[in-house]
Design a protein around this ligand. Structure first.
Ligand code: HEM
Length: 239
């Protein structure tokens, strides 16, 4: 009787059906995640041109606007990546929660790190932040002064003026931390899903993920910090 019980437990522990269904979703989350990681990395590098000066950042923004219809194709593609990423990540999480009682029954003692357990929540925070950020700097609907600067193609002054408001800057910094926390696990998780992880370099991979997330955090946060502290100043005549 006991051996039948053990066999049952063993089979229940190997979630063959669950895995075959979820692997496709995991793959979509990983591939869309790589595209989004590429975007946040490139976006940070582009934005850091604020430290070169007004002309550099405005030239970069004008270049993007100059892409015309291609920009809308890129925007559409990125939006699709984001929707697929969020949709399948949430679906996986719901499946995972639904399977929880079974996992406890089989005495699954696998421990997850804090960043992996909070992925869904940091992900939701980043998605909420992205919505606010689009209203703030792309649709410029939160402050008429920013809209004026945006429409006169002075993205440099718009960014500095936007971040001279402490509450907004603090909000951005907290959200950048949520983004970094989200990424610190996701890079490693992507490698695992794509089968590129290996126990020999698992530690190194964790370090790469942490370093990448930290660079993104420092790079992004440096902009509101510099605007608040007066390192980045508004050009003469802009108030
Ligand atoms: C200090 C941090 C950031 C700064 C200074 C910044 C700056 C900007 C600016 C100036 C624009 C408008 C570009 C334009 O229309 O010419 C923009 C758009 C955008 N940002 Fe950021 N950004 C920051 C962080 C982020 C983060 C962390 C994300 C992603 C999670 C993000 C996602 C986007 C997206 C999706 C757009 C819309 C791009 C488009 O116009 O199609 N940004 N950002």
């Amino acid at each position: 009787m006991e051996s039948v019980g053990i066999a049952k437990k063993t089979w229940a522990f190997l979630p063959v059906g669950y895995f075959s269904r979820s692997i496709g979703k995991k793959l979509i989350v990983a591939v869309t995640g790589i595209v989004l990681l590429g975007f946040v990395t490139g976006h940070m590098v582009g934005n850091l041109q604020v430290f070169i000066g007004q002309e550099a950042l405005n030239r970069y923004a004008a270049f993007l606007q100059g892409l015309g219809e291609l920009l809308w194709v890129i925007r559409g593609f990125m939006a699709l990546m984001l929707v697929l990423h969020v949709w399948f990540a949430v679906k996986l999480k719901l499946e995972n929660w639904a399977a929880r009682p079974q996992r406890y029954q089989c005495n699954d003692t696998v421990q997850a790190t804090l960043s992996s357990r909070t992925m869904i929540w940091t992900g939701i925070l980043v998605a909420a932040f992205a919505t606010y950020h689009l209203l703030h700097f792309t649709f410029v609907s939160t402050d008429p002064r920013l809209a004026e600067l945006r429409h006169s193609h002075d993205v440099y002054s718009m960014v500095i003026l936007g971040f001279q408001q402490p509450l907004i800057s603090i909000f951005y910094m907290i959200m950048m931390f949520a983004l970094a926390f989200h990424l610190s696990h996701s890079v490693q998780s992507m490698f695992q899903t794509l089968g590129l992880n290996n126990q020999h370099y698992d530690g190194g991979l964790r370090l790469v993920a942490l370093a990448w997330a930290t660079i993104l955090f420092i790079g992004y946060v440096s902009i509101p910090v510099a605007a608040l502290s007066g390192i980045l100043k508004l050009p003469a005549g802009v108030r």
